[in-house]
Design a protein around this ligand. Sequence first.
Ligand SMILES: [Zn+2]
Length: 87
Amino acid sequence: MPKPPKVSRRNIAIHCLKCRTLLYRYLKAGSGGLVKCFVERITEDRTAGDLRCPGCGQEFARLRMIRGKPAHKIISGKIFTRGMTRK
Ligand SMILES: [Zn+2]
């Protein structure tokens, strides 16, 4: 059995840019900017699951299927990320 390649993973917090409400915590793989969130890697969800901010109601992502898995594609300019602590 080949070992899976080592991928750096960071636990990040995703906030609404408009009202700063925490939307969810997410286990991000690799480096670079956040474009999409795989649903299976969301570790803590503060939304109602409708891809809208519970604080101000703005839509911040759209549901897409990426490689057969549901993912939230982030709408640019709607969120900001915090806490890039290494795992
Ligand atoms: Zn908001």
